[in-house]
Every structure is written in structure tokens, then in C-alpha cells.
Ligand binder design. Sequence first.
Ligand SMILES: CNc1nc2cc3c(=O)[nH]c(N)nc3c(CCN)c2[nH]1
Ligand SMILES: [Zn+2]
Length: 374
Amino acid sequence: MPAVTYEHIKTCKQTGARLGIVHTPHGSFETPAFMPVGTMATVKTMSPEDLKQMGAGIILSNTYHLWLRPGHEIIREAGGLHKFMNWDRPILTDSGGFQVFSLSDMRKIEEEGVHFRHHLNGSKLFLSPEKAMDIQNALGSDIMMAFDECPPFPATYEYMKASVERTSRWAERCLNAHQRPNDQGLFGIIQGGEFEELRKQSAKDLTSLDFPGYAIGGLSVGEPKDIMNRVLEFTTPLLPADKPRYLMGVGSPDSLIDGAIRGVDMFDCVLPTRIARNGTLMTSNGRVVIKNAKYERDFGPIDENCDCHTCKNYSRAYVRHLIKCNETFGLRLASYHNLYFLLNLMEQVRDAIRNDRLGDFREEFFEQYGFNKP
Ligand SMILES: CNc1nc2cc3c(=O)[nH]c(N)nc3c(CCN)c2[nH]1
Ligand SMILES: [Zn+2]
């Protein structure tokens, strides 16, 4: 029995969105799902109890960061990442490729792997498909990602073609290095940028290797949203309908809805906690920049349509005060609300799929949030 399986519940009659359940060794979660990001084995300022209370079904952590600090062997000795961070629900770990390219310079890509400098102390490091698999095996994540190259945007067709072919060879090496296929699911990552031919090539290469799930990589790297949506439109149909589809690095409300409509099941993004820390809050009526003076005497909730712990117990004026004073509690209140907002949005998306009306929901949400404003 593979470690990770997908159960399709239904497809929305109004759009291409699908309702499903992903089953893993640490439990199941409904899809479409948003995964809070816990890079350093913590979703910043949130406790596991907070995450459960807000309905997080799965969280993401990062091979690159945990390899560097505290070191994957320490986590292996702790009994794995679930035990180390006291999270007993599913964990997905990214493979490190993207983090190397987004964090460190002085990098050199070879067939064997990537040579680069530690982004904090500059020491020379090397990451390969086999090393990325060894680290993820030590972490014991339920879903591991294949080691890939996420090419920059834009990239030439020639560069992208060579990169896709190497990423496909790396994916096979990851499968061959997989030590615990019954305990950990390994997802392949489709690359190819905005080139339909290369996305087809990547999908053909990786679906022939029969992974339990597939990610769509190489997006949310600065391309306009209409390009992302177009790439999704011709890429998701290339992926097996009985496997989860994970769009990497996507987390704004409009992109989550538009990705679900195009058949995506899983998303992750640091956006909600990152913008929360500087006081930008997502609400049903659009973004609220809480440091703005107009909230100084606003004793109402962040979002009157939100029933999260922050909105039920604290005012905009109070959160504004804490954020301006850089009080840690303010970071917690803002992060809690933003994560809750996205998790609740995904619950509304799943509801709309159940009722075959995700297209209508999109219109209503975009109108109220202000996405339709010119
Ligand atoms: C924020 N935008 C973004 N695009 C990504 C693409 C990849 C991607 O193409 N490959 C991998 N392995 N990770 C990606 C990530 C990290 C996801 N947590 C991305 N993040
Ligand atoms: Zn709230």
C-alpha cells in the first residue's frame, strides 16, 4: 500500500475544481488544501495547538534549512520531525533545490548536484538528489519532494529544456534513493516554465515514473498571474486524475481560487505569516495595513466576517498598537488571523465545489475582496 493515496470525492460541475482527500501515514486532509509553511520546524509564532484549532490539516517544512540548522541527524535521533516539533498530523518537506537558488549565491549546477555557499556563514556545500532524499528520510516527512531545479523567470527555451531534462534525471535518482516507500510518499515536480512543449515533456518523463503525487514547480517566481493560469490550464490535464496535484509557492487568495478552479489540490506559501509580521492583514473586504493611522481608534475586529480567535477577542487598535511596538504578541495575533483567513477560504472553496458553484463563489469573493477593481 503506497504511503500516500488520493481519494477523489467529486468534480465541481461549474469548473474543473475537484474535492478530494489525501491519505498519509499521519492522517488525512481534505483538498483543495492550503499548507502553512513551517520552514525551521515551526510555523512562525504558532503552536501546534494553534494550527489544529484553526484547522490546518498539513504543514510544510524545509530540507535545506533543517539540514543546516539543527542538522537532520539530530532530528533523526529525536525520532523524526513530527516528534521533534510535536506535530502529529501530515508534514510535507520541500527538497532544497528551490531554497538553494533563492537563498544562496555562488552556486554551480552540475549533473551530480548543486555546489553552493551556506547562506549564513559562506561555507561550501553540496546538495544532490541522493542527499536530499537522505535528509528527508531522516526527517520522516509523510510527503517528500524530488530534488529539482526551479529555473529563474524568464528563462530561454534552450536553458529550460536542458533544465527539465536534468530535473527528470534527478527525479529518477530520487526514486532510486528512496529508502522508505511504504512510510513516505515522494512527489515528482513538473518543470518547463511557460513552454507548453517542455511542460508536456516534463509531465511525460515524471508520470512514466509513477510517483504517488505531482507538484507543479517553476511558477510563482515573478511571472504575471495570467501566465501562471495559462500554464496551469495546459499542465494539470497532463497529470493523473487519481493523484494529488500540488502548486508550489502559491498562496494569495485569488491565486488559490484560480488554482483550485484549474484542478490544483494542494498549495503552500509563506505569504500569510510573512505579511502578518509587518502588519498586513487579509480580510474579506481586502487587505488592511494595520499600522495606518486610521485604525488608531478602531475598536472593531480585524474582519467582522471572521470568527478566528484574534477577531473574536482583540481590536484593530490593539493589534495596531502591538505591531507598531513590535510586540511578539502582535505578530502572533496577526499571523493567527491571516492563516485562519486562508484556511477558512479553502473550506469555503471546498464547500463551493460540493455545491457545484465555485465559479459563482469566485465572482462573489473577488467582488467583495476588491480583486475586480481596475
Ligand atoms: C514563492 N514561489 C515559489 N515558487 C516555487 C517553485 C518551486 C519549485 O519549482 N520547486 C521546489 N522544489 N520548490 C518551489 C517553491 C518552494 C515551495 N515552498 C516555490 N515557491
Ligand atoms: Zn480573524
